[in-house]
Ligand binder design. Structure first.
Ligand code: ADP
Ligand code: MG
Length: 280
């Protein structure tokens, strides 16, 4: 009997080919993500990170293979999966509190909602405002906030429906380095508290190692999984671990491997050839 627990997310032999594309965006991608895991994805641009995440989110339909959540095939988006993108896309005409409370997926059933539901939603919104350090700006408009604060609102809104799975596609890509550090510790705190399963895409290897229990390295043309690294750090992360020898060694290994698989090596070789043949 198979006693391994059912994974939260399971992809088996996943393929995706966009129309008129020369390569598969995803080629034979197989992956198991356990419940409550924090898995990060890195790799050169175009290696299929967003395609994979959007497929898990039900926003993209793979052309082959199987993709299951809790053992059931994915058919489109669902309230148990929430996505956060690089651009926060808040409603500019709503206050921070209203942005968080306004959850389209919950709104669908507004007509059938009792006052108890509405009260529960308000309580959840308040809890999220506190969790994300937004209580003091609850009545502000999004455009009055810094990028980091706006992204906190977007994360709080994603958490509003109590998703099992949080899918994050370069969510901190537009933030400055200091703000990003704060957001890292915040999202780790959210992960502990909300017990969500998190799949997090980034092009920043340091971010991938600091946040992830596992780092999945993808390679382009065709988009595929190259290597999966276990992160040799304690579950409870601290900023000082970024200077630990095992952290730096893993960062080096992953960066080297990205260079080997991204085609950048060939570009460098080409450049060298050109400079050798160039007239003096
Ligand atoms: N909507 C689309 N139509 C056609 N090709 C696409 C589309 N989205 C992505 N691609 C292509 O699929 C490949 C993987 O893209 P993507 O998943 O966005 O990679 P990443 O997020 O790792 O940069 C790339 O070659 C990209 O050009
Ligand atoms: Mg992408």
């Amino acid at each position: 009997m198979d006693t391994t627990p059912q994974p939260k997310i399971e992809a088996r032999g996943l393929f995706k080919r966009y129309e008129r594309a020369r390569h598969d965006a995803l080629q034979d991608v197989s992956l198991r993500i356990e419940a409550n895991a924090f898995v990060t994805f890195v790799g050169a641009s175009g290696c299929g990170k967003s395609t994979l995440l959007r497929s898990i989110g039900g926003l993209e339909t793979p052309t082959g293979g199987t993709l299951q959540i809790d053992g059931r095939p994915v058919h489109g988006p669902g309230p148990e999966r929430a996505m956060v993108f690089q651009h926060y896309s808040l409603y500019p005409w709503m206050s921070v509190r209203e942005n968080i409370k306004f959850c389209r997926r919950l709104q669908v059933h507004t007509r059938d909602r009792s006052s108890a539901d509405v009260e529960a939603a308000a309580g959840r919104a308040d809890a999220l405002l506190r969790l994300m350090g937004l209580a003091h700006v609850a009545e502000a408009w999004p455009n009055q906030l810094s990028g980091g604060m706006q992204q906190r609102v977007a994360i709080a809104r994603a958490l509003m429906s109590r998703p099992d799975i949080l899918l994050m596609d370069e969510p901190f890509g537009a933030l400055d380095a200091q703000t990003r550090e704060v957001m890292h510790d915040l999202i780790l705190h959210v992960h502990r508290l909300e017990q969500a399963t998190i799949a997090f895409v980034t092009h920043d290897v340091e971010e991938a190692i600091y946040l992830g229990q596992r780092v999945v390295l993808m390679a382009p043309r065709p988009g595929r999984i190259d290597t999966v690294y276990e992160v040799p750090l304690p579950a409870r992360r601290e900023q000082s671990m970024k200077h630990a020898p095992e952290f730096l060694a893993l960062k080096r290994r992953i960066l080297d491997r990205i260079r080997e698989t991204s085609g950048m090596q060939t570009d460098l070789e080409l450049l060298e050839q050109l400079s050798r043949t160039a007239p003096a």
